[in-house]
Design a protein around this ligand. Structure first.
Ligand SMILES: Cc1cc2nc3c(=O)[nH]c(=O)nc-3n(C[C@H](O)[C@H](O)[C@H](O)COP(=O)(O)O)c2cc1C
Length: 357
């Protein structure tokens, strides 16, 4: 049967990915309340279409840190793409490049950040968790700049890893042939170390993430490179204001796809208060259960400059490698352009708060 929407990849991918890795990819934390709520928030949004507008040429293009992007749909940082495909992040980079899309590479990539960069001419950003080992963290930031990455994305919602019950039940560990290519042998050993009732990734985070950092520490990270610094995982106006005060260049409103604090507010619900607090000073992105061009339209109407897509990229990667990644990204962009036409909003700038109820 033809694949006509992003969700069509889901059952096909489940058949191809090993059960423990599928649980890792799909799962949320706790009772998966936030995972569920992320999706429901998008489903509940209703559009206010305008008629008899010239929509003969609709453009989803946006500008972000000086780069012209053909689409506001980018690849979210997700760990270890080799769970989905043997080529891992290299295939993702090729697929994103074919779609002309921005790709945010996870600190937990199974390929080095230089290997990933060699596969694409489209923009890359590097995601980081704050490691206790500051030399290691600094090394990654500097390497990312040298390899041509265009921004750093510090994930701030994970002082510890969320309690992902599926992984705890599975005693989740990385498969033997998957390595944290940008970290060291000690990190790898921890992420392969099996313990009943625990996730090896959770144990690794407990030992290697610095849970003591605060807003004041960001200045240290900023000074290491000339790259823009975004924080990913902000969900409140208070933190959005602090981010601006501390010179952060962009915010990703996110609850980590429902994988960190269970019961946290859906990202889409948090988006308007963050956008209002930022007052246009820096771009605001959002992620969490974006599954169609309609979802992207809703996020843009609530003030997002762009969206990140996590799990669907992994589904498509599992089903057909780089071509799947390209297909998912171009399909969502086509859908967005279609919604823009039917909603009478031919340019992204026309998609304002009046576009939804
Ligand atoms: C399998 C998986 C691994 C992830 N790994 C990371 C990561 O390494 N760093 C990070 O900042 N976020 C990570 N995330 C969160 C994503 O960046 C993003 O916030 C989330 O997946 C968006 O929701 P969606 O998957 O519903 O689109 C991960 C998410 C998934 C599903």
């Amino acid at each position: 049967m033809a694949i006509v929407c992003v969700d069509d990849y889901h059952p096909l991918a489940r058949d191809r990915v090993a059960a423990h890795n599928w649980d890792y990819i799909e799962g949320g934390s706790g009772a998966e309340l936030t995972l569920d709520a992320n999706r429901k928030a998008f489903d509940a949004a209703r559009l206010r279409p305008r008629m008899l507008v010239d929509v003969s040429a609709c453009s989803p293009a946006v500008e972000l840190f000086g780069a012209e992007l053909a689409s506001p749909i980018a690849v979210a940082p997700t760990a270890y793409h080799r769970m989905a495909h043997p080529d891992g992040e290299r295939a993702t980079a090729r697929g994103a490049d074919a779609a002309g899309a921005l790709y945010v590479v996870s600190m937990f990539a199974g390929r080095t950040l230089e290997e990933v960069a060699a596969e694409t001419a489209s923009p890359l950003w590097m995601q980081l968790y704050w490691l206790r080992d500051r030399e290691k963290l600094a090394g990654l930031a500097v390497r990312a700049e040298q390899a041509g990455y265009r921004a750093l994305v510090l994930t701030v919602d994970a002082p510890q890893l969320g309690l992902r019950r599926r992984d705890l039940r599975n005693g989740f560990v990385l498969d033997p042939d998957i390595e944290p290519a940008n970290l060291g042998p000690a990190d790898s050993a921890l992420q392969h170390h099996r313990q009943d009732g625990r996730s090896a990734l959770g144990q690794h985070a407990a030992q290697s993430f610095d849970a003591s950092i605060t807003w004041a520490d960001l200045a240290w990270l900023r000074r290491l490179t000339t790259l823009p610094l975004l924080v990913k995982g902000v969900l409140t106006a208070e933190d959005a204001r602090l981010a601006v005060e501390h010179g952060v260049d962009g915010i990703v409103v996110s609850n980590h796809g429902g994988r960190q604090l269970d019961g946290a507010v859906p990202a889409l619900v948090a988006l308007p208060e963050v956008v209002a607090a930022v007052e246009g000073r820096i771009p605001v992105l959002v992620d969490g259960s974006v599954r169609s061009g309609r979802d992207v339209f809703v996020a843009l109407a609530l003030g997002a400059r762009a969206v990140l897509v996590g799990r669907p990229v992994l589904w498509a990667l599992a089903v057909s490698g780089d071509e799947g990644v390209e297909a998912v990204l171009t399909m969502m962009t086509r859908e967005l352009t279609h919604v823009m036409a039917l909603a009478g909003r031919p340019r992204v700038a026309d998609i304002d708060r009046s576009a939804i109820v």
